[in-house]
Design a protein around this ligand. Structure first.
Ligand code: BG6
Length: 517
């Protein structure tokens, strides 16, 4: 069978570093779900089609409760590959790839089923020559995570060592816990079976090409870092907007809400990357040490501050184009009197030498006008307005905008004199677009993350202390909203708008405004 292959890792230590991808078995729990069909198998297929390709003996075992056959599971994931993979579908490649795919029915609470799974894995390892390397992927509803992992441990599926000839790793999908307490409990349970450095907690935002580029922009260039502080930056805005609603996930969303679903992970992760100190290297722990420091430096919010500096809302019904869309409370699985938010805006403060006094404004929501994720660094205006008599009031601050998606790129806004006798100053943008500069589509976030896990690089996964610190911050807001609901009334906003008016007031009262995106 095939040997390991090597791939470049430009992020870690330099363009010339290569990483070895050994053949392995990836066992996906919850394999009949959407994530496997839309993201996981298409990502593995695209990696298999890339140059260099994944080892051809990569083996995928789908595990779930449904009574499916190998062929049934293959047909299901083939459809996903055809629809969602970045790489075009190729029949010959698929045939080879599909030979490594099988299915194993497991009731998650049935001890015996895990022993059967152990036998299946041992047989496949023998047949496919995967050298005992195993990655277990938890893509089930989170309530099963602990049970699955403890039964895996009891059935001897897990090798609890990180320095043997083969590896055994666990990838855990979000949500990781529901609050800090449940995250701590889950961490403790997982740690009974896996060591911390065998656990890879996914936040797919960290796999996005442009999110990784935040580090390259900051630390791979000489000109930005000297300006990256309270001396020159007025404030930071982070927007993660979606135009879709909850899309059939009402049941899950009722439990989560936008604060837990988006802020606890994606928005706080973006915040840490923007705000962290330069790490001493790109090793997994040094990068994550710096990110955790940011989370610890975020000023905890008292109830008064929560009432003043956070806004929550959910979408009402309304017309989007020619379609009348239901409001959040009429979505399937949502209580008619639900108080769950689909929109959050918040102002947060980071209390450290670099950021004291620089607000970070975060906002995220569903059914907003468009799908866009952007980090905007707004710089201070010049201390003395030389052009004040010539329309200087119109001068706009410099903004460095990092567009995470779509139209990935970076733009820098600055004032220029418009041609003519008069001194008119106009804001112009200097733009870099990934699409036009590099041509090819960037890899999907899951491709990057699955590959990183295969090579044992956990830099782009969240560490135990990071997850728990993020929950601590979010729990306080959640508690504030619920202990004093009158002080934090849930707003209803029209679909296709930028959320409740109070979100605009949050900035306006400080003489600022959200960027028009
Ligand atoms: C997920 C959330 O983590 O991120 C979803 O659970 C959200 O509610 C999704 O729609 C957004 O991801 P992306 O990559 O489309 O911005």
């Amino acid at each position: 069978m095939l040997d390991a292959i090597t791939v470049n890792n430009p992020l870690r230590t330099g363009l010339s570093e290569t990483r070895t991808v050994d053949p392995c078995i990836m066992v996906i729990f919850g394999a009949t779900g959407d994530l496997t069909q839309r993201k996981l198998v298409p990502a593995l297929y695209s990696l298999a089609a890339d140059q260099p390709p994944l080892p051809a003996n990569l083996t995928i075992v789908g595990v779930a409760r449904r009574d499916w056959s190998d062929d049934g599971f293959r047909a299901y994931v083939k459809e996903g590959v055809q629809k969602y993979a970045r790489q075009p579908y190729d029949e010959a490649l698929w045939e080879t790839f599909a030979q490594g795919i099988s299915y194993c029915q497991v009731e998650f609470d049935d001890d015996a089923a895990y022993y059967n799974l152990a036998e299946t894995l041992a047989r496949l390892e023998e047949e496919r020559g995967t050298n005992g390397n195993r990655i277990f992927y938890l893509a089930t509803p989170p309530r099963y995570y602990s049970d699955i992992v403890s039964r895996m441990g009891a059935a001897g599926l897990v090798q609890r060592t990180t320095d043997g000839p083969s590896y055994c790793r666990l990838i855990v999908e979000k949500p990781f816990g529901h609050d800090q307490e449940s995250a701590q409990k889950l961490n403790a349970e997982l740690n009974q079976v896996f060591k911390e450095d065998q656990i890879y907690r996914i936040d797919h935002y960290l796999g996005k090409e442009t999110v990784q580029n935040i580090l390259v922009l900051r630390f791979g260039n000489g000109i930005f870092e000297p300006l990256w502080s309270r001396e020159y930056i007025d404030h930071v805005q982070i927007t993660v907007a979606e135009n879709i609603g909850v899309e059939g996930r009402g049941g899950y969303y009722e439990e989560a809400g936008a604060l837990r679903d988006m802020v606890q992970n994606h928005l706080l992760q973006l915040t840490t990357l923007v705000a962290m100190e330069p790490p001493s290297g790109f090793g997994a722990n040094v990068v994550r040490d710096e990110k955790v420091k940011v989370l610890h430096a975020i000023v905890p919010m008292s109830d008064d501050v929560i009432a003043r500096d956070t806004v929550r809302g959910h979408y009402g019904s309304g017309w989007i184009g020619a379609e009348q869309e239901p409001g959040y409370t009429s979505e399937k699985g949502v209580a008619p009197n639900s108080q769950t938010e689909t929109f959050v805006a918040a102002k947060i403060a980071i209390d450290n030498w670099r950021w004291a006094g620089v607000p970070f404004y975060l906002r995220t929501g569903k059914r907003l006008p468009k799908r866009i994720t952007e980090v905007a660094i707004q710089f201070k205006t010049p201390p003395f307005s030389l052009f004040r008599k010539t329309g200087a009031d119109e001068l706009q601050p410099n903004v460095l905008s990092l567009r995470i998606q779509p139209n990935e790129g970076i733009s820098l806004k600055f004032g220029v004199k418009s041609p003519g006798q008069a001194m008119h100053i106009r804001a112009m943008n200097m733009e870099f677009l990934y699409g036009s500069s590099f041509g090819a589509e960037p890899p999907e976030a899951y491709e990057r993350l699955l590959l990183d896990c295969m090579v044992g690089d956990s830099t782009l996964f969240t560490r135990r202390d990071e997850t728990e610190a993020a929950w601590e911050f979010v729990d306080a807001i959640e508690a504030g909203w619920h202990t004093e609901p009158e002080a934090n009334p849930l707003q209803t906003y029209d679909p296709g708008t930028w959320g409740p008016h109070l979100a605009d007031e949050l900035l306006e009262r400080e003489g600022r405004s959200w960027r028009r995106l």
